[in-house]
Structure formats: structure tokens, C-alpha cells
Design a protein around this ligand. Structure first.
Ligand code: ADQ
Length: 758
């Protein structure tokens, strides 16, 4: 109410000031217009009277002058007339003027002195009068003066009327202002605020309602801030409840809070340094606009929750077109950009470095070498030289960042940085270094074709801890080291001893953030299957989904062929089943990837051509990078998700699909060649090379009873709950922190937890 009063008072005061000012100007204008009117009327009367009155004056005939004047003044509505001779003597005067002599005489004298007409307003007998004095001429000589007196009361009356009208208008305006202000405040401020308050109350009570539309429209920025605040509060509340529940059950599921506490304890407050090729946030140009995007990378998906939980510095290649303009002089910025929780340090690479290190040695060499997926690795000496140089560059950046931190903990990510552990160890023997290898490790024979095998292995063994997703890859790694380097393999502790340094090798199956954080109370509900079909312009009943970087290891062609086989074998699905492939183009700079995209599109087109109808095609490819929010509705709506990798370290898409299914429905069809297949045993496990088997698995998935779907989904979600990303980070960092500093005598090192911790 006080706000309304203040608003009304301010508006009324300003309107009054404007009205008064304009009325004042109007009065001046009106007054001068009325005066001109009186002047004009007097001048016309004067012109008519001049001649007869001048003749009378010339003959000094006062009576005649008075007669002429008296006769005319009745016609011209004059109050009175006075006539003066040239010497100033009064010759005649209307009776009504007898008491105003002095003023009239003065007017006559002024006119005579000026030899021209003169007008003025004066009070005569308490009334406003208009005086018009003019010289009387006869044959060009001034023979006297004529003074005409009119009533000027009309001027004052008109001005008073004008003020009265303005005052009434002001009153009306004030009234309208009050009404409009009340309306604005009521509907645009008070109502949205009340709505917001109600909504926040509902959040607090734990039964979130929809945010009222009116509040959303007007208070959008406040509402979104409040939503994220409410989200964090309810997340904290849910986490606290979950912790309490788990404590009671004496279980120990990992949560972000637990990870945070755990890491803080283990690192004793020291910051965490993470090195990965891929940055978690890229500034890219969309036309002229700068947009922040998260790259479609399993590594980013997996590691970001840890950095959010622990803070620290993430060092990565700054690969976005607008990255430089959006970082400081040292390439640094706080991220996530809208709520910074840790530091991103961008390292700049030249085109040649990126070409050789990233596209060349990493992705045309090591990637196919480690994924046995029938694409021949290319080992080019120039690429190898760039790979070494860029590892050196990242080592320098990392050493600079941690120069003031003693015994820093470093997490190095992936096959792009095989040389980094040794480079860092040589400069900082006090550092604790872990290297996590996100892709498979091949058997020693397959690895043996790499010309620089010893350098790669030596580089990696600078780490204290090397992690793979599954035990099988750890075994392959130890066998490879055993085969190609002089070293001591400890098969009991899964460690390699070499030149007085021990490297432990352990499996850490990466995962996703689960259970999901409570959704924002105002988050839009995901569109259902019908809505998604409608968006795609499709009419169908069943939906399958695939989400991948377009990579030859993901078995996308094999997937399409199994769909084709299904439609051939079971025609009842023709026109009924649609498979949506959300495929993010990846590494398109490399010819094999470029060709793959064309091949995938051609294959889908070939299959679509067989069954295409007006509103139907069996395969829809959405070939672009999607945000997680865009992918989520497909995960939630699909009847089945196809993960058909020919070889995959883990595969997070399989886990994301399971995590998204709050409804406990949907079927996961999962390649046995993924790391995920070792954990997600209730998925329908398939061999992607077996087209017939995959087609059958899809049919089984579509036709699976709801009860069976729920049983399997619950079991899969149980695995995610127990083995989530926080557990992955917690175990990795705990094992790393347990490793004693290098200044302890060699051999006295304790083994990191021999068996996986909860
Ligand atoms: P990737 O080979 O990238 O990861 P994956 O684990 O499946 O494979 O992760 C892909 C990520 O990218 C997922 O989070 C997914 O949602 C996202 N993504 C896929 N397609 C997308 C699209 N079209 N738009 C946007 N996002 C998309 C590597 C290894 C894996 C290992 C991870 C983590 O190859 O085996 O699981 O690292 O260690």
C-alpha cells in the first residue's frame, strides 16, 4: 500500500506541476489575446469617431463632441469617452467617467506626447477598465485627443474561467492516475509477488507447484534466480535426507556433498588440478552472438560434477572461436559462467599443433589403436612430434598453475596426455599424479604396432595411479608393460615398479550423476512421445533412440541394419516404429569421420526409401550437437535406447538413459563390447555385429511387459545409485591422496585401497 501511495503522490505532484505551468502559459497567452481584441475594437471605434470629433474639437465645440461621442458610445458598448483639446484641456467626458479623470488624463497626455495611440488597463471606481487614447487629426495637424474606455472585466472573467477548467481537469487526472496506478501495482507487482511468494512457500513445503504465469512473465529474472536458489535448497534438503536415510541403513551411497567433504578431507584443503584436452565450456559464435556450449563428450559429462563438487583448476585446450575474448590475459575464467565454482584455464594451440597432436596422433593414431574397430591407425612422425610438443606445453601451463602449492594433486585425463605424467613428475617430484584413460586398452599384440610404444608407456608410468574403466583394460595394460618395458609387475597389488617409482593400476568405472538432482520446481515437463513425433512431423507408435558422437566405434551402421532387419522380418512394425538418432558430428576434420557422416546419412536414406510414407520414415537423424536438456525428452519418451558400440571404454549414454527413466519404463539394448555392459547386466546385451540378434532384441524390448521393464529398470538404477560419478571421483582422489609423497624412501609406498571402496 505504501508503494501505491508513493507512486500516486509522485505522479500527482508531477502532473500538477505540469498542469500549473501550462495553465500559467495559457493565461499569459489568453490575456494578451483578449487585450488585443479590446485594442482592435477600440481602434475601430476610434477610426469611426475621429473625423466628427476632430471637427467639433477644432471648433472648440465641446457640446457637439459630447453629442457625437454619446451617440456612438451606446452603439459600440463603450463605458465612456473623453475628449481633450490640443492644450490638454478637457472638452467633454461621459458622466460615467467623472471620477476617473486622473488616469484618463494621463493616458491622453501619453498619447499626445507619443503622437500615436496608446492603450492600458487601469482601475476606475474599483473596476478594471481598458483605456485607448488616440490623437485627433485635422488636415494632418493634431487638434486634440480622444480616450475610449471599455469594460475590461471580461478579461478577468475569462481568465478565472480558464483556471476553473484547469483545476477540474487536474482533479480528473489525479483521480485517473490513482486508478491506473492502483491497477498497475495490483496486477503487475502485487499479484506476481503474491504468486511468487505462494510458489516459494510451496517449494519450502516440499510440494512444489507450478510457478504462476503472471509471476513468470513479469518477474522472469527474479523467478529464474529464485528457481535456482530453490533448486539448490531442495537439492541440499534431498541430499541431507538421503544422507540421513543412508546413515540409518548403514549404506554409503555417494552424493555431491559427500564427495565434497571427502575430497576436502583427503586433499586437506589443497586445490585439485585437472588436465583434459576438452574444455567443459566453449565460447562459440552463432552469427554475431557469443554462446556458451558444453561439448558432447563423455569425459566432460563425467568429470564436471567432480569439479563442481570439489573446485580447483581445469586446464584444457581453448578451442572455441570466441574463447580468447572471454578469458582473462592468462586464459582463465570462472565456470560455470553463470555461477562460477572452479577455474578453467585455457591453453592456446596453433593450427599445426592441433592438427598433429589432436587430429593426427591422438585421433588417427591412439584412438583406433585402442579401439579395435577395424579402422587402421595412422602413425605419422610429424604428428608424433606435435603430440610431444603439446604435452610439453600443457606440462608448462600446469607447472605454472601449481607452482605455489606443495604436494599438489593432479588428475590427468585421457589418451591425449600420455607423456604428461612423466613430464610433471620430473619437474615436481612432490606431486601426486593420476592418469585416467577413458578408452579401452588393447592387448599387447595390438599395441605392439605403435612405433613409439616405449615412450608412451614410459610417459604414462610417471603417474602414481593409472585408472581404466574395467579390470580387463588394467590387465591388458600390465601385460603390455610387461611385454615392452623392463619393469617389475606386481600382480597382487596391480602395480608396476620401475626406476624406484611405483605406479598402481586400478579400475574405476565412470558413471553419471545419480540420483538426479531434484528438478527445478518450474522446470517444464518433458514433452511426451506424441509431442516429439509431432515436432518431427512423424506419425508412429514406437520410438527408439540413439545418442552418439558420430564415431565409427559407436556401431551406428550396424544399428541401422538391425532396424532394417526388424522391419523386414516383422512387417507389423513398418509405419509404426521410428528410430531417432541424435548424432553429434565429431572430428569431421578427419577424412574417416567426414566420410562416416556421409555413409550414415546414405544408409539411413536407403533404408527410409524402402518404407517411407507421407508422415513416416523409419530413421530420423538429427545430426547436430544437442544440449542435455534437448536430449533428455528423447531419453524419457523412448521405448528403447540402442547402444551398439563396436568397442567402448564405458559408454555414458547407456547410463544417462537409465538415469533419465524416472518412470522405470523403457528398455536398454546394450553392446557387450562396452565397459557399461559389465555393470548394467539387466540391459538386453547384444553383439552389434549380429544383425539378427539385435533385430530380435529390439522386438523383445518393444514387446516387453511393463512389469518386466520396471523390474529391469529398477535393478539398473540400483547399480547407478551405488556406482555413481561421485563414487568414481571419490575413490580416484582418495587412492591418489593415499599415495605417499615421493620424498619417502622407495618401496615404502602403501598400496591404494586394494579392493574397491564403497
Ligand atoms: P565418448 O566416446 O564421447 O566418451 P560416451 O561415454 O557415450 O562417449 O559419452 C558421450 C557423451 O556425449 C554423453 O554424455 C552424451 O550425452 C553426449 N552426446 C552424445 N551425442 C550427443 C549429441 N548429439 N549432442 C550432445 N551431446 C551428445 C569417452 C569414451 C567412453 C567413456 C567416456 C567417459 O569413449 O567410453 O564412457 O569417454 O569416460
Amino acid at each position: 500500500m505504501r508503494l501505491t501511495l508513493r507512486l500516486v503522490a509522485a505522479l500527482v505532484i508531477s502532473t500538477t506541476a505540469v498542469t500549473l505551468l501550462s495553465a500559467f502559459l495559457q493565461e499569459r497567452q489568453e490575456r494578451s489575446r483578449l487585450m488585443e481584441d479590446l485594442d482592435r475594437r477600440a481602434a475601430i471605434a476610434g477610426e469611426t469617431l475621429e473625423e466628427p470629433v476632430a471637427t467639433a474639437v477644432y471648433h472648440q465645440d465641446g457640446r457637439e463632441a459630447l453629442r457625437v461621442v454619446g451617440k456612438y458610445s451606446r452603439r459600440a458598448h463603450l463605458v465612456g469617452v473623453a475628449v481633450f483639446a490640443a492644450d490638454g484641456k478637457e472638452l467633454a467626458e461621459s458622466p460615467a467617467l467623472s471620477r476617473g479623470d486622473a488616469v484618463i488624463k494621463a493616458a491622453a497626455a501619453r498619447s499626445q506626447a507619443l503622437e500615436g495611440s496608446e492603450s492600458a488597463v487601469a482601475e476606475i471606481e474599483g473596476k478594471p477598465r481598458h483605456l485607448y487614447a488616440m490623437p485627433l487629426r485635422r488636415d494632418g495637424d493634431i487638434v486634440g485627443t480622444l480616450v475610449l474606455v471599455q469594460d475590461a472585466q471580461i478579461v478577468e472573467s475569462r481568465i478565472a474561467l480558464m483556471w476553473r477548467r484547469n483545476f477540474m481537469r487536474l482533479l480528473l487526472q489525479a483521480f485517473l492516475i490513482m486508478l491506473v496506478s492502483l491497477w498497475i501495482v495490483r496486477w503487475n507487482v502485487a499479484a506476481p509477488l503474491e504468486g511468487l511468494a505462494e510458489w516459494m512457500k510451496s517449494l519450502r513445503s516440499g510440494e512444489p507447484s507450478e510457478i504462476p504465469r503472471v509471476a513468470l512473465d513479469i518477474l522472469k529474472p527474479v523467478a529464474s534466480e529464485a528457481a535456482s536458489l530453490a533448486q539448490s535448497l531442495s537439492a541440499a534438503k534431498a541430499a541431507a535426507e538421503e544422507e540421513a536415510r543412508l546413515r540409518e541403513k548403514a549404506e554409503a551411497v555417494w552424493t555431491p556433498q559427500r564427495l565434497k567433504e571427502h575430497v576436502r578431507n583427503k586433499l586437506e584443503g589443497r586445490p585439485l588440478f585437472l588436465v583434459a584436452n576438452r574444455e567443459p565450456y566453449m565460447h562459440v559464435l552463432r552469427g554475431r552472438r557469443v554462446e556458451v556450449v558444453t561439448p558432447p563428450s563423455g569425459l566432460v559429462t563425467g568429470i564436471e560434477p567432480i569439479m563442481l563438487a570439489c573446485g580447483g583448476t581445469w586446464i584444457a585446450h581453448g578451442s572455441g572461436e570466441a574463447d580468447r575474448e572471454n578469458s582473462d590475459a592468462h586464459g582463465k575464467l570462472g565456470v560455470p559462467p553463470d555461477n562460477p565454482q572452479y577455474t578453467l584455464k585455457r591453453v592456446w594451440l596453433t593450427k599445426e599443433e592441433e592438427e598433429g597432436y589432436y587430429y593426427g596422433f591422438s585421433n588417427e593414431g591412439l584412438w583406433p589403436l585402442c579401439h579395435i574397430a577395424h579402422t587402421r591407425p595412422v602413425f605419422n612422425p610429424e604428428d608424433w612430434a606435435q603430440y610431444q610438443a603439446v604435452n610439453r606445453k600443457f606440462a608448462d601451463a600446469l607447472l605454472e598453475e601449481m607452482k605455489d602449492v606443495s604436494s599438489p594433486c593432479v588428475l590427468i585425463q585421457d589418451y591425449h596426455f600420455a607423456l604428461l605424467p612423466t613430464l610433471v613428475r620430473e619437474a615436481r617430484p612432490d606431486a601426486r599424479i593420476a592418469l585416467f584413460w577413458h578408452i579401452p586398452w588393447p592387448n599387447p599384440e595390438a599395441f605392439g604396432i605403435l612405433p613409439w610404444q616405449r615412450q608412451i608407456l614410459t610417459g604414462m608410468l610417471g603417474a602414481d595411479l593409472i585408472g581404466f574403466h574395467i579390470q580387463f583394460h588394467c590387465n591388458n595394460f600390465l601385460e603390455t608393460v610387461d611385454r615392452y618395458l623392463e619393469s617389475r609387475i606386481d600382480w597382487e597389488r596391480f602395480a608396476v615398479g620401475r626406476r624406484g617409482h611405483t605406479t598402481f593400476v586400478k579400475p574405476y568405472p565412470i558413471s553419471v550423476a545419480y540420483p538426479p538432482q531434484p528438478a527445478a520446481a518450474n522446470a517444464k515437463t518433458a514433452p511426451d512421445k506424441e509431442a516429439l513425433f509431432k515436432e518431427l512431423g512423424i506419425k508412429a507408435r514406437f520410438m527408439g533412440v540413439g545418442v552418439d558422437r558420430l564415431d565409427y566405434t559407436k556401431g551406428i551402421m550396424e544399428r541401422f541394419r538391425s532396424l532394417e532387419r526388424l522391419l523386414e522380418k516383422y512387417p507389423e512394425y513398418q509405419g509404426n516404429l521410428v528410430f531417432v538418432e541424435l548424432g553429434a558430428p565429431s572430428r569431421t576434420h578427419i577424412k574417416r569421420y567426414h566420410d562416416l557422416q556421409t555413409e550414415i546419412e546414405a544408409e539411413a536414406e536407403r533404408i527410409n526409401w524402402r518404407w517411407k510414407a507421407k508422415d513416416y520414415k523409419p530413421i530420423v537423424i538429427l545430426a547436430r550437437q544437442h544440449s542435455h536438456a534437448e536430449i533428455e525428452p528423447y531419453y524419457k519418451a523412448a521405448d528403447f535406447c540402442l547402444v551398439t558400440s563396436l568397442h567402448d571404454g564405458m559408454n555414458l549414454v547407456a547410463k544417462e538413459f537409465v538415469a533419465a527413466r524416472e518412470d522405470e519404463r523403457g528398455v536398454l539394448i546394450l553392446s557387450r563390447f562396452t565397459g557399461a555392459a559389465r555393470e548394467l547386466r539387466e540391459a538386453l546385451i547384444v553383439n552389434p555385429y549380429d544383425t539378427e540378434q539385435m533385430a530380435e532384441a529390439i522386438r523383445l524390448g518393444i514387446e516387453m511387459e511393463e512389469g518386466e521393464q520396471m523390474r529391469r529398470m529398477r535393478s539398473l538404477q540400483r547399480v547407478l545409485r551405488e556406482q555413481n560419478i561421485y563414487r568414481w571421483g571419490g575413490r580416484l582422489i582418495e587412492d591418489l591422496a593415499q599415495i605417499p609423497s615421493a620424498d619417502l624412501p622407495a618401496g615404502s609406498q602403501a598400496s591404494p585401497s586394494a579392493s574397491p571402496k564403497t
